[in-house]
Each structure stands twice: as C-alpha cells, then as structure tokens.
Design a protein around this ligand. Structure first.
Ligand SMILES: [Zn+2]
Length: 442
C-alpha cells in the first residue's frame, strides 16, 4: 500500500522559513525553501555581505531551514524542488540549499526571476531552474506536479498539486480568494472544485489570517482606498507612499492613480527596482505601467532636492520602519527635504507584528508625527484568506486529511477548530504539526 510521509523544516509553527518535503513511493518533492526574515534582518545589520559560504552559519542562526540530516539520509530520493511563490519566506533560502540536490527547481517565470537575482547576490552555484507557466504541469519520474494559479499579494503564486500513483497532495501556502485581482486572473472556484473531485488525500494550507472574521477583500478594494487617500491629499505639497516592494499590483495602482491626478512620480529603492525588473522580464506587466526607479543614495539625494517645488508622489521602501530604508532616512532628515505639516505619508501596509517591526515602526511613526505631516495608515488589504475563505477552501477541496500550517500554534489551532466545525476530528483527519518532524499518512 502506498504511503505519504511529510517532513517539515519550517513554516508550520512559525511564519517564515517555509520548507516541506513530501515523500511518496515514487520519490520526494520538496516544496519551498524560505528564510526567516526577522532573524535575517537582525543578522544583516552586522553581516551585510552574505554568500552561500555562510550556509552553515545561517542554519545555526535559524535563518534558513536545517535540512542537513534529511539530505544525508534522503537527498538522493528528491526528484523535484517546487517554489510556490516569490515571497522571501518561501524562496529566500533556495540558493543556499537547492544546488546540492540533483533535482530541478520548478517555479513560475516571476518566481524564477527572484531566485536568479538572489543566487547572483549570494554568489551561488548554477541552479537547475525548470520554469513552467502558471497552471503548468510537469511529469518527473512518475510524479505529476501542477502549479495551480492562485491569487495572493505577489504575481504568479501557485498552489502545488502533487500526484503520485494514487495519492494527491495539495500544498496551499500562501493564498487569498480574490475575485477582482488587478494583474492576474480571478480565483477559479471551478478549478478548485475540480481538484476536490480528484480526491485530495492531504491539504496543507496556510493559516496566517485565519483568525480574521469574514472574507479578505480584493486587491481592487486596496486600489480604491489608495485613490481615496490620494484625492483627499490633493492639497498636500508632496505625498510619500510606502508598501511591500514585491507587491507589483499595488505599486502599479499607486503609479497609475498618481499619474491620473497629475502628480510627478518618484520611485526610490533598490528592492523595488529588483521586483520591477522581475515583473517586466517575466511579462507580468509592461515597462510603461511602472516607472523608473532611483537606487543609488547620491541620485536619491539629488532627486529629493526637487521636492521643494511640490506636486510629487514619492514611492519608497520602509513600510515596516526598517532602518536604512527610504522612509526611515526621510524621517531622520537624511535628505535635504524635511517633512512638514504640508506633506502626507501613506502606509499601504499593516505592521507585521514582530517585536523588531513594532519597535521600528513606532519610531518611524513618532518621527513623522513630530514633523507635523499627515499620516494615513493601513491603506491596505491582506494577501491572505480570512476565516470564511478557509472554510470555503475546505468545502471545495474536501481533503481526506487537513494540516493547517504557517502561523504558529494559535493560528494552527484556529484551523483545527474550523475543520472540526466541518466534522473533521483531531488526530484522525486533522493534525497539529510542528517544525522539524516527519509525519506518516497511510
Ligand atoms: Zn506569500
């Protein structure tokens, strides 16, 4: 009788460092190789030039998953590595871990661009990338892998369907149900129902925002919120806007609206430039839909001198108050332009509630408030499903076994409770699984 064994390396009892391996009779598929971004930010302040020579150090500091033992015992049975989407908590560790496996790295074009960039930055070895379009299907040594398109807060995110002999496993980290996304197709409930009809043995699904009531609003709602905030700020001398650098849809929206309202657009920050290049190179958007990005500090300083004319919309990094980001430098008067009561600052984000972020963000906010500038906070909708979305996912997929992941024990427990409402039974067909364990499913 065929069996499934799930190995968890990270991303179950924590957000970050996502990595799982799924073993079937035909071989092992690894899904995701993420970084622990909180630990990384801390480490990078004293180690700015990380390379793949630092792999063991990164493992020992809990920044990347520890797959050393697994690699020794099972590495030769790994037939494929799949990266579900380009967020760094799912993809950052790829250059450090993937090259030692004799297996292709399967991902969509946008995700591949991100991995290539990381690999170049960390001076990694050549990676065997196997780029497939969203919705693409690939067959490796008797295992079929499908990248099922799903809406999230980054382009070309996928659910990962693994079919091996008579077993079907669906990995759903991360996702939301967006009926009006701005740069991808709407969520296809019929496709999810078809997956359910296939008979899914195991569903591993993220629970990042499962405690939120209702259903997460569409990205088009965020676009309306941005337009509202920008129109209400029309008398502001300059408007400063910050959001996630990887959120291409959001950045495209603010550029579009800013142009429509006659603002002069300045986009600042190396990471935004990198994601823009990835989006253009992979055909997610056209160059004209985005804008030129200023990266080097000396050019930023020069551009900032123009701000005294007024009429600018400045888009920059630093929504979590990261030290060294554009917003933090602006707030501490690193540039010749000082914020004043005539300006508006828009945070198109929510503070990710870790100790480091909360402290950084509150320092940034205080500095902005001291300047007298107006603040719009949380002009944002999440990229993760809420409670009703999770319920719908379970109803559509009807997995034999449901494993909530991604978010810590409290959120996983919310997932279990929700499943119990749908008649799942703890330790029979829904399980609470931590990190660095293996789990057998008959
Ligand atoms: Zn994500």
């Amino acid at each position: 009788m065929s069996k499934i064994r799930l190995y968890t390396f990270g991303g179950y009892s924590e957000i970050g460092k996502s990595m799982s391996a799924i073993e079937t009779d035909n071989g092992i598929v690894i899904v995701d190789m993420g970084g622990n971004m909180d630990e990384l930010i801390d480490y990078q302040t004293s180690h700015p030039n990380i390379t793949i020579q630092d792999t063991s150090e990164l493992i020992s500091r809990n920044i990347i998953p520890n797959d050393s033992e697994f690699f020794k015992e099972k590495g030769k049975n790994v037939v494929a590595i799949v990266i579900s989407h380009g967020h760094l908590d799912h993809a950052w560790a790829t250059p450090f871990l993937a090259h030692k496996y004799k297996a292709p790295i399967i991902c969509t074009p946008f995700t591949a661009e991100i991995i290539k960039k990381l690999n170049k930055d960390f001076k990694g070895e050549r990676l065997n990338l196997k780029i497939v379009p969203t919705g693409g299907l690939i067959n490796i040594k008797g295992i079929q892998i499908k990248l099922v398109p799903i809406t999230h807060s980054i382009p070309q995110a996928s659910l990962v369907l693994i079919k091996s002999q008579n077993k079907n496993i669906l990995y759903a980290c991360d996702w939301k149900f967006d009926l009006h996304p701005l740069i991808s197709s709407p969520v296809d409930f019929a496709e999810l129902k078809r997956l359910g009809n296939l008979g899914i043995d195991v569903l591993i699904s993220e629970t990042t925002r499962i405690e939120e009531k209702g259903s997460t609003f569409s990205e088009s709602v965020a676009e309306n919120m941005i337009e509202d905030a920008l129109i209400k700020s029309k008398d502001s001398k300059n408007i400063f806007f910050t959001t996630f650098s990887s959120h291409i849809a959001r950045l495209r929206s603010v550029i579009k609206i800013g142009r429509k309202l006659g603002r002069k657009i300045l986009v600042i920050g190396r990471s935004i430039d990198e994601y823009f290049s990835a989006a253009i190179n992979s055909g997610v958007v056209e160059r004209r839909e985005l804008a030129e990005v200023i990266k080097e500090d000396r050019f930023v300083k020069k551009a900032m001198k123009r701000l005294k004319e007024g009429g600018f919309l400045v888009i920059g990094t630093g929504h979590q108050g990261e030290p060294g980001s554009f917003m933090s430098k602006l707030a501490i008067n690193h540039y010749s332009y000082a914020l004043s009561k005539d300006d508006t600052v828009i945070f198109s984000s929510q503070t990710i509630p870790t100790k480091v972020n909360i402290a950084n963000r509150s320092m940034l906010q205080n500095a902005i408030m001291d300047s007298g500038a107006k603040i719009y906070d949380n002009v944002h909708v999440s990229g993760h499903g809420s409670r009703e979305d999770h319920k719908k996912m379970l109803e559509l997929i009807r997995p034999k076994i449901y494993i909530p992941a991604h978010g810590g024990i409290e959120k996983q427990v919310e997932g279990i409770k929700l499943a119990q409402e749908l008649n799942y039974k703890l330790n029979l067909n829904t399980f609470l699984i931590g990190d660095n364990v293996h789990f057998d499913i008959e």
